[in-house]
Design a protein around this ligand. Structure first.
Ligand code: BGC
Length: 832
C-alpha cells in the first residue's frame, strides 16, 4: 500500500495559509484488502509529538480536522499511517505545513508615499550578519492594491496579482514567501505597488479614471523574519527606514491595462509615510496561488483589411504576455486585446469601457516586456508601433488559480470534445482568484449566480475546495454586514446590498457541491451560519405575504422565451416569483440537510418545516389541483421536476413533452434552466432529448457556438449571429461559464458517474452510450481515488464498457441487460 495525495486544508504542503482546525486528507493506493479500516495521524513540532490519534476508524482519509495548539510562523511535520481490512499497512512520507503570522501582533507598520505619476517602489537593504548561518527566512507581506516583490531585482516567487481580491473592508490577505536563499545572499528587497482591485477603478458602473472603492492610497506592510541557525531571529519590518523610488510604470488598472515608459530617468529616494493602522484585519491567506499556468505562441500574424497588425492566439483565454521589443528610443508601442474579429478586422466593442491595453515607450534597448498588475481576456492582440513584428516575439502567459485538474471527458464526437474543451477554458479564464462572470470587459466580478450554477461542473474538472473556501469567506463577510443578504457580486465592491434568488443561493449551493465532491464536512461546518443567515433573511423578506417573490430577481437570465421575443432581452419568460420560491426551497433543503449532518437536529427540524411550508405556498399558487405547473416554460417545468413541486411528476412530464414540441425541440432556457436542462431530462427518462439538445447544431444550442469557431463558452446563446457578427447589445462576452455547466451532466449521465457518498467512495455507475457520440472515456480523480469509465461500440449493436474502481471504493453498476451489481476495486469490462 502507498499513501499519496497528503494535504492540509486541501493544499499540498501549505506555507502561511490561514489555519484554525487544519484538515488532514490523503489517499491509499495499491493496497491489499477492500478498504482502510483505521488510520493514525501524527503531528510534530520540532520532533515533539503534538498529536497522535492512535489507529482509529474516525481518522478518515477524506478529512480529519485536528485541534492543535498552533503557533505563528512555525513549521509542523505530519505523517499518517493506515491499515486495511487485510492487514496491509503503510505510512505516508513526512509532510509539512507551516503557519503564517496568525494572531501575532505586527512589528511592521503600514507605509505609503506621496502620490505620483509613476508607480512607487519601496526599498530596504538587508545584510546577514557575517559568520552566522541562516536557517530560514520568510517574508510576510500585504501590499495594497497589488504588490510585486523582488530581491536584488529578481521577482520573489512565481505568484502574480498578489495579495489577490477580497472584501478588503473585512480582511486583507498576508502572503508568506520563502526568502531563505535571498536572505543568505543579502541585498535589497524592493516592493512595487499597483492599484489593482483595491485602489483602481473596479465596478461595472465605473469609468476610466474613477477611483477605487476600497482605498485610494497604495500601501505596504511587511516583515522579513530571518532565523539564524543559532536560534536567534531578526525582524526587518516595514517602517520609516524604508525609502521610495519611482518605477517606469506610469499606470496600471485591472480593466484598463498598463503603461510603461522606459525613457524615464531614475528618481532619487523619497521618504515613506507611516500610517496609523488601517481598517480591515490582516489575516493569513486563503487564496490558492495564481500563477502562469502555461505559455503558448500565436497561431497567426494577420494584416487586416483595415491595415492593422493582429496576432491570433488561436484560443480565447485570460492572461498576460511576454513581448520581445527592440525599437528605437521613443517608439510608442500599443497592444490592444479583443475576443473576436469582425469582417476580418480587430474588434473590442464588447469590452465596453475597459481599455484593456498595454502602452510602452521604448528606450532603444532589446527587452522582454510583461505586464505586472493587470490581465486580459482575449484571443486577438492588435499591435501598433512594431513595423516588423514577428509572431515568435510574442508569448501568451495563461493565468489562473493553481487548482489540480481532476476530471476529463473525451468522446468520439469532435464538436462535443471542442465544447468540453471550451468549458475547461472558460473555467481557467474565470478562476483568477475569484469565480468571475467574465475576464475581459469592465466587469470581471464575482457574480454569485454564475458561480452558483457552474460550481458543480467546476468541481468535476478541478479540485476547487480551497478556491471556493476563500470565495465563501468573502461571502460570509458580506452577509455579516447585510443581515444575511448575499450581494449580487462577492466581493461586493460597494454594489448596493441587493439580494436575489439563485444568485444569493450560491451561499448554500456552492459549499454543498464542494462537500459532495470532497467528502470533507468542514466546508459546511464553516459556512453553515451563512447558509442559515441567508434562509432566515429570505424568510424575513417573505413575511406573511410572499414578499420574496415580489423582490427584483434576475430570474432565468438571458433565456429566449421572454414574451417580447426580443433577442436582446435579458429577462426570461419564467415567472421570477416562482423561480425565487423554488430556489429558496432548494437552499432550505440543503440547509436542513447540512444541519442534520452537523448534528443540529432541532435546527434541521426547523428548516424541514420551513421547506414544507415553502412547498405548500408554491403548490397553492403555481401547481393546479391536477398537478400541472402553471408556469408553463421550459425552465418552469424543469424546476418543478427538480424540486418535486408537483405531487404528480407525470403530469409535468406530459406538459414538458408538449412544450418541447411547441418549441420545435429547441432549448429556450437561460441561466437558471440551462444548467439543469439535460440533467433533469436524463433523470426523468428523456435522455434521448437531452442528447438531441446537446448535438443540435442550429441556433440555439451548444454546438451552434462551436460551429462558429467558439473556443470558450459564450454569455448568450446568440452572442454571435450565423454570419459571425457579434450582437451589439451592451452585454456580450464570449467567455462566460453559466452554459458550460452542461458538463456536469456529461459526467453524471453520458459517463454515468453519479456520486452516492460525498467524496465519491460509493458511486452509481450508469453509463448511457449513444451511437452519435461514437465512444466516451471519462477519468476522474476524486477524494476517494481515481475513477475511470468508458464505453465504445462492440459487435452486433452491443457496447463494451470499461470501468476502473479505485481502492476502497464501490460502484453500483447499472447496465442494460445486467442485474445491478456492486463492484469493488478493480478493472472491469462488460459487453451489453
Ligand atoms: C454579468 C452576469 C451576471 C448578470 C446579472 C451581468 O452583467 O455578466 O453574468 O450574472 O450581470 O444578471
Amino acid at each position: 500500500m502507498r499513501i499519496t495525495h497528503c494535504e492540509v486544508d486541501h493544499l499540498k504542503s501549505p506555507v502561511g495559509f490561514q489555519m484554525d482546525r487544519p484538515v488532514f486528507s490523503w489517499r491509499a493506493e495499491e493496497a491489499e484488502g477492500t478498504r482502510v479500516t483505521e488510520a493514525r495521524l501524527r503531528v510534530f513540532e520540532d520532533g515533539d509529538c503534538l498529536l497522535d490519534t492512535g489507529f482509529a476508524s474516525c481518522v478518515s482519509s477524506l478529512g480529519y480536522a485536528a485541534d492543535l495548539p498552533l503557533k505563528p510562523r512555525t513549521e509542523y511535520t505530519w505523517t499518517v499511517a493506515a491499515r486495511t481490512d487485510a492487514g496491509d499497512e503503510a505510512e505516508s512520507p513526512v509532510c509539512i505545513f507551516e503557519t503564517g503570522k496568525r494572531d501575532e501582533p505586527w512589528t511592521g507598520r503600514w507605509i505609503t508615499c506621496a502620490e505620483g505619476d509613476r508607480l512607487p517602489v519601496f526599498h530596504r537593504v538587508f545584510r546577514p550578519e557575517a559568520g552566522r548561518e541562516i536557517k530560514r527566512a520568510r517574508l510576510y507581506i500585504c501590499g495594497l492594491g497589488l504588490y510585486d516583490a523582488a530581491w536584488n531585482g529578481e521577482r520573489i516567487g512565481d505568484e502574480v496579482m498578489t495579495p489577490y481580491c477580497n472584501n478588503y473592508n473585512a480582511w486583507r490577505q498576508v502572503i508568506t514567501h520563502d526568502v531563505t536563499e535571498q536572505a543568505k545572499q543579502g541585498g535589497e528587497l524592493t516592493v512595487m505597488l499597483g492599484a489593482g482591485w483595491y485602489s483602481g477603478r473596479f465596478h461595472h458602473r465605473s469609468r476610466p479614471g474613477d477611483p477605487g472603492y476600497y482605498g485610494r492610497d497604495l500601501r505596504l506592510i511587511c516583515e522579513m523574519r530571518v532565523d539564524y541557525a543559532d536560534g536567534e531571529s531578526v525582524c526587518v519590518p516595514s517602517d520609516d527606514r524604508w525609502f521610495v523610488t519611482r518605477s517606469r510604470l506610469t499606470f496600471s488598472g485591472i480593466y484598463d491595462g498598463e503603461h510603461r515608459d522606459d525613457t524615464l530617468p531614475d528618481t532619487g529616494p523619497e521618504a515613506v509615510t507611516v500610517l496609523p493602522d488601517a481598517p480591515g484585519k490582516l489575516e493569513d491567506r486563503l487564496s490558492p496561488p495564481v500563477r502562469v499556468q502555461r505559455e503558448f505562441k500565436p497561431v497567426a500574424l494577420i494584416h487586416t483589411p483595415k491595415d492593422e497588425t493582429v496576432l491570433d492566439l488561436g484560443q480565447n483565454h485570460t492572461g498576460i504576455f511576454r513581448l520581445r521589443v527592440h525599437e528605437p528610443k521613443g517608439t510608442r508601442i500599443r497592444l490592444q486585446f479583443g475576443e473576436v474579429l469582425q469582417d476580418g478586422c480587430f474588434y473590442r466593442g464588447n469590452l465596453r469601457s475597459a481599455l484593456a491595453e498595454y502602452r510602452y515607450v521604448a528606450d532603444g534597448e532589446e527587452r522582454e516586456i510583461r505586464p505586472c498588475f493587470t490581465f486580459y481576456g482575449y484571443r486577438y492582440v492588435k499591435v501598433e508601433g512594431i513595423p516588423d513584428l514577428k509572431k515568435e516575439d510574442y508569448t501568451a502567459l495563461v493565468l489562473h488559480s493553481d487548482l489540480a485538474p481532476t476530471g476529463s471527458l473525451i468522446t468520439g464526437h469532435e464538436k462535443v470534445n471542442r465544447l468540453i474543451a471550451n468549458a475547461q477554458w472558460v473555467l481557467r479564464s474565470n478562476f483568477l482568484d475569484v469565480p468571475t462572470d467574465c475576464p475581459q470587459r469592465d466587469e470581471r466580478m464575482g457574480w454569485t449566480g454564475d458561480a452558483n450554477v457552474f460550481s458543480e461542473t467546476a468541481c468535476f474538472f478541478r479540485d476547487c475546495y480551497a478556491f471556493y473556501r476563500k470565495y465563501l469567506r468573502d461571502m460570509r463577510s458580506e452577509q455579516d454586514a447585510a443581515d444575511g443578504a448575499v450581494p449580487f457580486v462577492v466581493p461586493a465592491f460597494g454594489e448596493d446590498r441587493h439580494s436575489c434568488c439563485v444568485w444569493g443561493d450560491a451561499t448554500c449551493v456552492i459549499p454543498w457541491n464542494v462537500w459532495r465532491m470532497s467528502g470533507d464536512l468542514s466546508i459546511l461546518r464553516e459556512h453553515y451560519p451563512a447558509m442559515k443567515a441567508w434562509i432566515d433573511y429570505i424568510a424575513r423578506v417573505d413575511g406573511s405575504d410572499h414578499g420574496w417573490r415580489r423582490q427584483f430577481h434576475f430570474g432565468d437570465w438571458l433565456a429566449l422565451d421572454h414574451p417580447d421575443r426580443d433577442p436582446n432581452e435579458r429577462l426570461g419568460g419564467t415567472d421570477e416569483g416562482f423561480i425565487a420560491d423554488a430556489s429558496w426551497l432548494k437552499s432550505t433543503r440543503i440547509t436542513a440537510e447540512t444541519a442534520r449532518l452537523l448534528g443540529r437536529n432541532e435546527e434541521a427540524g426547523h428548516y424541514d418545516w420551513l421547506a414544507s411550508s415553502i412547498l405548500k405556498g408554491i403548490r397553492e399558487d403555481f401547481i393546479t389541483p391536477g398537478g400541472r405547473c402553471a408556469v408553463n416554460t421550459q425552465t418552469g417545468l424543469l424546476l418543478a421536476l427538480e424540486e418535486g413541486l408537483s405531487p404528480r411528476p407525470e403530469v409535468i412530464l406530459a406538459q414538458w413533452d408538449r412544450l418541447f414540441e411547441q418549441t420545435r425541440r429547441k432549448l429556450t432556457t437561460g441561466f437558471v434552466g440551462a444548467p439543469i436542462l439535460c440533467e433533469i431530462l436524463s433523470r426523468f427518462d428523456r435522455h434521448g432529448q437531452a442528447v438531441d439538445l446537446l448535438l443540435n447544431e442550429e441556433y440555439p444550442g451548444w454546438l451552434y457556438a462551436v460551429n462558429l469557431g467558439a473556443t470558450t463558452v459564450w454569455e448568450r446563446w446568440n452572442s454571435l449571429g450565423p454570419d459571425g457578427k457579434i450582437a451589439d447589445n451592451g452585454m456580450n462576452s464570449l467567455n462566460h461559464y453559466a452554459y458550460g455547466s452542461v458538463c456536469a451532466w456529461m459526467f453524471r449521465h453520458l459517463a454515468g458517474f453519479q456520486p452516492i457518498t460525498p467524496g465519491c467512495g460509493r458511486v452509481r455507475l450508469e453509463p448511457k452510450p449513444d451511437v452519435r457520440l461514437g465512444h466516451l472515456e471519462m477519468r476522474l480523480e476524486t477524494a476517494a481515488g481515481p475513477w475511470a469509465a468508458a464505453w465504445e461500440p462492440a459487435k452486433e449493436g452491443t457496447w463494451r464498457y470499461r470501468v476502473s474502481v479505485p481502492f476502497g471504493c464501490e460502484a453500483e453498476l447499472c447496465l442494460p441487460g445486467y442485474e445491478p451489481t456492486v463492484l469493488t476495486a478493480g478493472e472491469y469490462s462488460f459487453t451489453a
